[in-house]
Design a protein around this ligand. Structure first.
Ligand SMILES: Nc1nc2c(ncn2[C@@H]2O[C@H](COP(=O)(O)OP(=O)(O)OP(=O)(O)O)[C@@H](O)[C@H]2O)c(=O)[nH]1
Ligand SMILES: [Mg+2]
Length: 332
């Protein structure tokens, strides 16, 4: 998935259909003097329905189509014939899509399951035809109910990525490079900070054709939770990951400190982030010679509070071990 087509926030207009009018038809037939009321009911207006689809990963399609209108119900007619219901409109969204009312910004619901359907705008009921209103005192009612108008509203769709593993690291830590070597994603990679501006997702192929999804998000810096850099906006994308992989480059001045800063930013953003499984990968470890690596290892063994390993995306070292560990953590 490239930068350009990852769409995670859209504003849309939706409108359900009007209910059809009930009919006020009076039956007329040769030789029958008083045929009586036989007007049928109007059909229901179409609903606008939001539906979860596990094959979608972004809200990309909604970048180009922003108005969704369901069909109107048809009017009732003679011989008690009910008008057809208006056509429902389905809007397929990826799992993890949060739907908000644009005016109030309130969350209306969230789609988390494949095939899950929620009506966002309910079609108006059809009006009842005149034959319903026939009574002993009124044998020939000449009125029928109008249909109920449909609803219209503006909504916001917001996607929280449901990847299994989220990458956390300072800018330039090598997150995108890792994604590019263990998945078929082709994120932009460069030797400067904030190369990644939007999340990238990749599917990691594991042994025996199993897979898990990894999300690469823009780098996080100190103060991200207060809005510094880009990280804050994108932290929501890793709120749902079950495992967080911290990437700290081997040439960092103080690896433990970088990890602590990252962890602190996550905690300030949402304390629940700390409930996730965590692993540290020391990236770019091809830059270390064996002696330096042994020294660093001793220091990290004493300092780091959680499990870690050395990797190098460029030299393709430690990647299978990394996948094994991540996979094991995902199975917990
Ligand atoms: N030597 C070495 N360099 C690496 C390795 N992985 C990444 N790099 C380099 O580190 C720089 C940053 O890599 P990116 O993958 O763009 O880093 P990032 O963490 O995605 O950075 P942002 O998107 O800015 O947050 C690039 O110049 C990469 O070539 C590695 O394993 N070894
Ligand atoms: Mg990047």
């Amino acid at each position: 998935m490239t930068e350009g087509n990852f769409v995670d926030y859209v504003k849309l207009y939706v409108a359900s259909g009007n209910g059809g009018k009930g009919s006020a038809h009076l039956h007329r037939e040769k030789y029958i003097e008083k045929g009586g009321p036989d007007g049928g009911d109007g059909g229901r207006g179409g609903h606008v329905i939001i539906r979860g689809n596990e094959n979608l990963w972004t809200l990309y399609t909604y970048k180009f189509k922003r108005h969704f209108k369901a069909g109107h119900g048809e009017h009732g007619s003679k011989q008690r014939s009910t008008g057809a219901d208006g056509e429902d409109v389905y809007m397929d969204v990826p799992l993890g899509t949060v739907v908000r009312d644009k005016e109030t910004n309130d969350i209306l619901f969230e789609i988390t399951d494949h095939g899950e359907e929620k009506i966002i705008a309910e079609g108006g009921m059809g009006g009842r035809g005149n034959w319903h209103f026939k009574s002993s005192t009124n044998q020939t009612p000449r009125y029928a109910q109008p249909g109920i108008p449909g609803q219209e509203c503006e909504i916001i769709l917001e996607l929280k990525v449901l990847a299994d593993v989220g990458l956390v690291g300072f800018p330039n830590a090598g997150k995108s490079t890792l994604l590019s070597v263990i998945t078929s994603a082709k994120p932009k990679i460069a030797d400067y900070e904030f190369t990644t501006l939007k999340p990238n997702l990749g599917i990691v192929e594991y042994r025996d054709h199993q897979t898990f999804v990894m999300a690469d998000i823009p780098g996080i810096i100190e103060g991200a939770a207060e809005g510094r850099g880009l990280g804050h906006y994108f932290l929501r994308h890793i709120e749902r990951n079950s495992v967080l992989l911290f990437l700290v480059p081997a040439d960092a001045d103080d690896i433990k400190k970088q990890y602590d800063i990252l962890l602190d930013e996550l905690k300030r953003y949402n304390p629940e982030m700390l409930d996730k499984e965590r692993l540290i990968a020391i990236s770019k470890s091809d830059m270390l010679d064996e002696e330096l690596k042994a020294e660093l290892k001793e220091e990290l063994d004493n300092n780091l509070p959680i499990d870690y390993l050395f990797i190098s995306s460029v030299a393709q070292k430690g990647l299978q071990e990394l996948k094994d560990k991540l996979w094991a953590m995902l199975q917990l």
